[in-house]
Ligand binder design. Structure first.
Ligand code: CTP
Length: 407
């Protein structure tokens, strides 16, 4: 591909210790065919030097507005960009961006850019939670920027808390989604809180055994990722997944159906939409053995008695009646009579939308791709052709946005 055909990405880097992680983001962007111009702040260069950025991007690197003045870079770089991503974004950079300051090349670029802008903040918890930062973030979001929630975990010193830069691979996914959607209504979930459940519950029999299912969580993670890219605040209730946390989502790990119910109902209290993509076990062992169940010579094993688990989706659908405008979405995995079973399940559960897909040993579970039909309580039927799980996720959000805006 000619360089001029490649999507142009500006990677702004500000002066935080997480600047080294932006090298990985840069690699991902260049290796996936983007023309990346790195614009570090002066203090970012104290953490990672100019030669690293220049070598990894293959482009010149400048921080001030007084270099290459004849090319008017302070205007041109922003104008020509298809996406600007600032990672890490320090409290200072967020403040300067929110106030429209233009004292270096990065802030000039942010003022001239008319493309989607992503900030991936990284700082200590106190700085993130300070009202000044909170107001700056709110201002940037109100103006349409995607500000990814920082991850929770180990910070620079011995402390832990909210403020870590999310996994660079996941920041890349947000960028990729925004570029893929181009000028489409990119941030149509801004200001909304959505809850997604993902994965499969495990119902323990004893300390080492459980009843489980084959759900990987990929569809739920794709829903969380696409919702972040569309500007939503996302709570992801994840049952037994082993996927990297989607950047910007608040991930709540759970094990059993009962734990999942508690986490989802709590998060749903102020949610605009709840999407139940998790495979929730319908039954759990009636008895949990405190010690490992042993085999005994000459004795048949004890049968495993099961009891019903709560139906979280049906409960959510019931609760949403008292929450005007809240949209509840279910998933149905069917092996036969897919559409008829889907319609019956939609009515039985009382949700607004039901995504029905056909499953089997080698279909859907753990796969990157999916094929489904989205059924609406209004009788609508939207087939989603075989394709990436993110495409199905975007169709679900399109429908949710439509319902939220209508309600
Ligand atoms: N679900 C739930 N709580 C349960 C079981 C399922 O919230 N105890 C949700 C799932 O997250 C999914 C939807 O219900 O969104 C459909 O689940 P599925 O297992 O396919 O349907 P069932 O109601 O279990 O019906 P059946 O087993 O008869 O197919």
């Amino acid at each position: 591909m000619d360089r001029s055909d490649k999507p142009r990405v500006v990677l702004g880097v500000s002066g935080g210790i997480a600047a080294y992680k932006a090298c990985e983001l840069l690699r991902r962007l260049t290796e996936s065919g983007h023309d990346v111009r790195v614009v570090p702040t002066g203090s970012a260069l104290r953490f990672v030097g100019e030669p690293t950025w220049a070598a990894l991007s293959g482009n010149p690197v400048t921080t001030g507005v007084w270099e290459d003045v004849h090319e008017v870079p302070h205007v041109r770089i922003g104008q020509e960009a298809d996406l600007v991503v600032v990672a890490p974004a320090t409290a200072d950079t967020l403040a300067r961006a929110a106030h429209g300051l233009a004292d270096d090349l990065l802030t000039n670029t942010l003022l001239t850019a008319r493309c989607p802008v992503v900030f991936a903040p990284a700082m200590h918890t106190e700085m993130w939670e300070h009202p000044a930062t909170a107001e700056n973030v709110a201002t940037l979001r109100r103006r349409g920027a995607v500000v990814i929630e920082p991850a929770v975990g180990r910070l620079t010193g011995k402390d832990t808390g909210k403020g870590r830069l999310p996994d660079p691979g996941e920041i890349f996914e947000v960028c990729r989604r925004l570029l893929a959607r181009g000028a489409a209504p990119g941030r149509d979930l801004a200001g909304r809180h959505v809850v997604v459940s993902a994965g499969g519950t495990r119902e323990p029999l004893d300390p080492v055994r459980f009843l489980g299912n084959r759900s990987s969580g990929r569809q739920g993670y794709a829903l969380a990722r696409t919702a972040v890219a569309r500007g939503a605040r996302v709570t992801l209730v994840a049952a037994n997944t082993s996927l990297p946390d989607p950047a910007g989502a608040d991930v709540v790990p759970v094990g059993t159906a009962v734990q999942l119910r508690e986490a989802v109902l709590k998060a749903a209290e102020d949610a605009d939409a709840v999407v139940m993509a998790a495979a929730v076990a319908d039954f759990r062992p009636a008895r949990y053995a405190q010690g490992k169940i042993k085999k005994r010579d000459g004795q048949e094993p004890e049968p495993v008695a099961l009891v019903r688990n709560p139906d979280v989706l049906a409960e959510l659908a019931g609760l949403s009646a008292a929450r005007p405008g809240q949209v509840v979405v279910g998933f149905a995995a069917e092996t036969d009579d897919v559409l008829a079973n889907g319609r019956a399940k939609l009515a039985r559960k009382g949700c607004d939308l039901l995504v029905v897909n056909e499953v089997g040993e080698d279909r859907t579970f753990g796969a990157e791709e999916n094929e489904a039909v989205v059924l609406g309580a209004d009788g609508s039927e939207t087939p989603v052709p075989h394709g990436p799980k993110e495409a199905l996720a975007d169709t679900v959000w399109d429908k949710v946005v439509h319902m939220l805006n209508a309600g």
